[in-house]
Write a protein that binds this ligand. Structure first.
Ligand SMILES: *[C@@H]1O[C@H](CO)[C@@H](O)[C@H](O)[C@H]1NC(C)=O
Length: 345
């Protein structure tokens, strides 16, 4: 029975808990000694405690690298992945470790293993210590974003003849405060109403208690939200990503699904967080709704750093600071005449 099958059979929370008890015990007993050595990595390690390791082993003829990352997804994709992909291009990357669901992001690793540890807050990384650093201080010399678009293109058949638009959302506590960076239900419904004639829409808001294979939350706790119910009721033609996962046999887990869907799309709406980074990795236009967080005040991360994640740096990332702006930008980028030529080209 493969992993997806197992999760499908095991759909109740109780069953899931029983399934994961050995994992939880392992996490509990190992958490206190969670470091590069306890993960079995060897060599000279650059380490952020309980979070990241990049270990270099010098032999007579070559240098090999083993790396592990268990931090938040956004930082993984902005800092860690482009660094280890760069090491991979140099032919040095030998082995990587990550949390459940990390295989798709590490498709290029010669040997990637998922370990049953969650994602935790990670204060920063070696080659770019701080993702929010001034862009002038950001080191692009050891930074090559993985080719997710190229790699995942064609993995899934097209959902329909209309172009695909991916609509991300989240509704979690942020910095131990109530949710701030999220699209509320009235705005979601307005966006869908406006865009559904021109696009096939996939809506993605995974949350921890759905127990989706490959989806692990981080330190930000989910809060109850009635988005899925309202979308289903008012716009049943919208695809919900968690439902697609059960239907599409070509993909094994949530992250493989989302990368494969993004690879088919040029139109993205996202909210601050890992999803906004993923949506920036693909050419096209990504409108990021963000009202709170360092990204909204520091430098021009959305305008300058994020587009560099896309193939040839050709992606466009625009920042919406309120719901009115989000609706206006969606109309301007996804519905206007020039948007149409964008999509066709
Ligand atoms: C992956 O790495 C582990 C640990 O070094 C090793 O036991 C395993 O054989 C490797 N797998 C492959 C396919 O090389």
């Amino acid at each position: 029975m493969d992993r997806k099958e197992l999760y499908r059979v095991c759909s109740t929370s109780l069953c899931f808990i029983v399934l994961t008890i050995p994992f939880l015990q392992a996490i509990h007993s190992k958490e206190s000694e969670f470091n590069c050595r306890s993960l079995g990595l060897s060599g000279e390690c650059e380490e952020v405690e309980a979070c990241t390791c990049v270990c270099f082993k010098l032999t007579k003829w070559s240098t090999t690298v083993e790396a592990a990352y268990f931090g938040e997804l956004g930082y993984e994709l902005v800092l860690y992945s482009p660094y280890i992909y760069y090491l991979h291009i140099l032919g040095k990357l030998k082995r990587t470790l990550g949390p459940p669901g990390s295989s798709a992001f590490n498709y290029f690793s010669p040997n990637h293993t998922e370990l049953p540890f969650g994602r935790r807050f990670c204060p920063g990384l070696y080659s770019n210590k701080n993702a929010h650093a001034a862009i002038a201080d950001f080191r692009f010399d050891e930074w090559v974003p993985p080719q997710y678009k190229q790699h995942f293109q064609g993995k899934l058949p097209a959902l329909s003849e209309l172009p695909l638009l991916i609509l991300h959302n989240k509704y979690t506590k942020e910095w131990d405060q109530p949710p701030a960076n999220f699209i509320d239900v009235p705005t979601l419904l307005q966006l869908i109403d406006m865009l559904k004639g021109r696009y096939t829409i996939v809506y993605m808001r995974p949350y921890t208690s759905q127990h989706l294979p490959g989806y692990v939350g981080d330190s930000n706790l989910d809060v109850e939200f009635n988005d899925h119910e309202e979308i289903k009721r008012q716009h049943p033609e919208v695809h919900l990503a968690h439902e697609l996962l059960g239907q599409l046999t070509e993909v094994n887990d949530f992250n493989e699904l989302q990368l494969a869907l993004h690879a088919q799309s040029d139109a993205f709406i996202s909210v601050l967080g890992g999803n906004a980074v993923i949506a920036s990795y693909f050419a096209g236009t990504n409108i990021v709704y963000a009202v709170k967080g360092q990204e909204t005040t520091h430098n021009d991360e959305f305008g300058v750093l994020y587009p560099r994640l896309s193939p040839e740096g050709l992606g466009k990332v625009v920042h919406a600071r309120n719901y009115g702006q989000l609706l206006a930008l969606a109309e301007q980028h996804f519905l206007s005449e020039s948007a149409q030529t964008d999509v066709v080209a």
